[in-house]
Design a protein around this ligand. Structure first.
Ligand code: NI
Length: 256
């Protein structure tokens, strides 16, 4: 079944029909979802969703655009959250220079510290990189995550960056942007990266794949991204679904 490694069902865009939509997931072919936090409040909401739905897991952490609001005491809070058995990652962490470049210095500090946190609590981490690849790679290299490896969420970089990421022992997560017309760069990346290094995500409610582009995204649409990968790599859709699911189960240490 499909494994959506990055979604935000705590978002207010789901307030009207969250329960009904999530109830459809298992019959819609979606086996697992990781709901990802952006600050303390959304991390708590992610855990609430994970405790309510057996197929939902949580990632906890501070998004780079929220890095300025992060307090030193939040590390203790995140560390305690990470003890919950349904918390499977630290995230989303990283650098966002498109919208919040003015806080770059504090973003870099909190990014590095949250990789340290991931190592301390023995969990993988999810990285957001927007227009910050140079600094992002520098921090990933200096943080030496070792076995507690990271995943690049909604990877939008070049083939050369993908090569660097794989060299760091990290995985690449592909979102709906792969299906966008003229996205030659990500098609090249998918051609180059072995299927075993790829995971699938929606970033719901954002970035819905074609033919749903512009609409509110959901894990039910992720099949379109899987279909595109199958087409690019000349594989069966079933194989893409099965291999990406297996990779995610192992990476996030989920047994059921
Ligand atoms: Ni996200």
């Amino acid at each position: 079944m499909l494994f959506d490694v990055h979604a935000h069902y705590d978002d207010e865009k789901f307030d009207d029909d969250r329960g009904a939509l999530l109830a459809e997931m298992p019959s819609g072919g979606v086996g697992h979802i990781i709901n990802v936090g952006c600050d303390i409040e959304s991390s708590e909401k992610s855990i609430e969703l994970a405790e309510k739905y057996p197929f939902i897991y949580a990632a906890v952490g501070f998004h780079p655009s929220e890095a300025e609001k992060m307090k030193d005491s939040d590390f203790d809070t995140l560390g305690k959250m990470a003890e919950n058995e349904k918390v499977v990652a630290i995230g989303e962490i990283g650098l966002e220079y498109h919208y919040t470049k003015e806080t770059a210095e504090i973003q870099k500090k909190r990014f590095f510290e949250q990789i340290e946190l991931a190592k301390a609590v023995n969990l993988p981490f999810q990285v957001h990189d927007r227009e910050a690849t140079g600094d992002c790679l520098e921090i990933l290299k200096s943080a030496k995550p070792g076995d507690r490896r990271g995943m690049m969420h909604c990877f939008s970089g070049s083939k050369e960056t993908a090569r660097e990421i794989l060299r760091l022992g990290m995985k690449i997560s592909v979102g709906g942007t792969l299906t966008f017309k003229n996205n030659v760069k990500t098609v090249e990346v998918v051609k180059y990266v072995p299927l075993e290094e790829i995971m699938l995500e929606t970033d719901a409610p954002y970035l819905a794949p074609v033919p749903y582009r512009g609409k509110r995204n959901s894990s039910l649409y992720m099949i379109e991204t899987a279909r595109k990968i199958a087409e690019i790599k000349g594989l069966d859709l079933d194989e893409v679904i099965a291999v990406t699911e297996k990779t995610a189960m192992e990476f996030y240490n989920i047994k059921d």
